[in-house]
Design a protein around this ligand. Structure first.
Ligand code: UGA
Length: 442
């Protein structure tokens, strides 16, 4: 199958490459010439994603994956065109901004000259596929096409595996011919047992928001229980483990932490809230659907990041003038260089507001961290960050921080104080080594 993917950002590049790796002929399109040149000529990947560079290289070499800025030519060749451009939140109300999706829909419309399936892969509000359909019809009334919704469930850091061995594929489709095309695209995965769920278009759009928001709710919940554990003398690690053994609850997404970040959960929870709010006639509308749980999750997470910053302040003291704090991890989670909405930023700001100096180390996210922080120093590794520091704060769950050489850390630190906001270390071991140790929920 010939597939075009518009947008070589995170979703587009991973999806396009994975479609190629399951045997399709894929052309990825972007209007950023330098991005395309880099991908084409130098194999330079614009994002950090484990395994992606090798997979891109292999598929390019084997002739299934190519890159272009020429949308018109690429769409003309393809039977299926995926829209995978950004839908950033509007700063005022969290509503997903669809201008890029609609611009691309217009361009695709002009290029369609045979039956073409146009697929929304970007995370978009319910009803967007209908809007894309209307745009294409308006721009090119003769176009033979169908619009499909096919949300992605890729996590940064494990996106390739999530694509090739994910839990399910969801396809919202209401046109028989398009359904056949979608079944064909995912045949290599469905043949190996992956459920491919075909639903109505609006249902597929809703599944994406409901899934991300549910996971965010689960995180908000466990983080609040973690705080309570701390107050009542229970251990959140054991609470979460035992809760997770109940298959109705499930073990995943129960690791308490400093709050969820990244580009998806904060954005999608706000977008879902906006959708519900915008359907209410006014604030007194008795029939309006009030997403009280979602609203509480958004608020709880904002609060969480502040609570973590305050916790650090309480431990380190009100004024940190002349003190140095080592920060381990700036990325919003491990296996990514993404620092968007990272809880680490709140903690760094708090230390700086108390006039403390920050020396940070992140195995992958240093360049991104430099863009979103000011006046911090960066160390070559975790041990250099600890040199002469009055305390160390662990903020991202990079596996290497779980196996820190504690003797080395202790001899590098000025005072042996560890604040572990990811519960990476064993409290008994750390205390035995003579550290003052603070973690969360235990
Ligand atoms: C999330 C979803 O997991 C994907 O399924 C979805 O496709 C993606 O959003 C998207 O909409 O594009 P992602 O944002 O990459 O993926 O990251 P997650 O692995 O879900 O982590 C989100 C946040 O939750 C991170 O801040 C992480 O540290 C936190 N988290 C996760 C915890 O604090 N505890 C956990 O047990 C799990």
């Amino acid at each position: 199958m010939k597939i075009a993917v518009v947008g070589t950002g995170y979703v587009g590049l991973v999806s396009g490459t994975c479609f190629a790796s399951i045997g399709h002929e894929v052309i990825c399109i972007d209007n950023d010439q330098s991005k395309i040149d880099n991908l084409k000529n130098n194999g330079i990947i614009p994002i950090y994603e484990p395994g992606l560079e090798e997979l891109v290289k292999r598929n390019v070499e084997e002739g299934r994956l190519s890159f272009t800025t020429d949308l018109n030519a690429a769409v003309k060749q393809a039977s299926a065109v995926f829209i995978a451009v950004g839908t950033p939140p509007r700063p005022d109300n969290g509503q997903a901004d669809l201008k890029y999706v609609y611009q691309v829909a217009e361009e695709i419309a002009n290029a369609i000259d045979k039956f073409t399936v146009v697929i929304d892969k970007s995370t978009v509000p319910i009803g967007t596929a209908e809007e894309v359909d209307a745009i294409i019809k308006k721009v090119n009334p003769k176009a033979d096409f169908a619009v499909v919704s096919n949300p992605e469930f890729l996590r940064e850091g494990s996106a390739i595996n999530d694509f090739l061995e994910g839990d399910r594929v969801v396809v919202g489709v209401e046109n028989e011919q398009a359904e056949k095309v979608m079944a064909e695209i995912y045949k290599p995965l469905s043949k190996s047992g992956m459920p491919v769920v075909m639903t109505k278009v609006r249902t597929a759009e809703m599944i994406k928001y409901a899934s991300n928001t549910f996971l965010a709710v689960k995180l908000g919940f466990i983080n609040e229980i973690s705080d309570l554990c701390e107050k009542v003398g229970a251990d959140i690690q054991e609470v979460a483990y035992s809760m997770g053994l109940d298959t109705r609850i499930g073990e995943k997404f129960l690791q308490a932490g400093p709050g969820f970040g990244g580009s998806c959960f904060p954005k999608d929870t706000k977008a879902l809230k906006y959708i519900a709010d915008s359907l209410a006639d006014d604030s007194k509308d008795k029939n309006a659907t009030r997403l009280t749980i979602v609203n509480a999750t958004i608020e709880s997470n904002l609060n969480r990041k502040e609570v973590m910053a305050r916790k650090v302040k309480t431990i380190l003291g009100k004024t940190l003038k002349g003190k140095k704090v080592a920060v381990l991890g700036v990325a919003f989670k491990a296996n990514t260089d993404d620092c968007r909405e990272s809880p680490a930023l709140n903690v760094i700001k708090e230390i700086q507001a108390r006039r403390g100096d920050v020396v940070a180390f992140d195995p992958v996210a240093m360049n991104e961290a430099k863009k979103v922080t000011t006046n911090i120093k960066f160390a070559k590794n975790e041990y250099e960050a600890c040199e002469g520091a009055d305390a160390v704060v662990i903020l991202t769950e990079w596996p290497q921080f779980a196996s820190l050489d504690l003797d080395k850390v202790k001899s590098n630190l000025k005072s042996p104080l560890i604040i572990d906001l990811r519960n990476m270390l064993d409290p008994n071991e750390v205390k035995q080594k003579g550290f003052e140790y603070h973690s969360i929920g235990r």
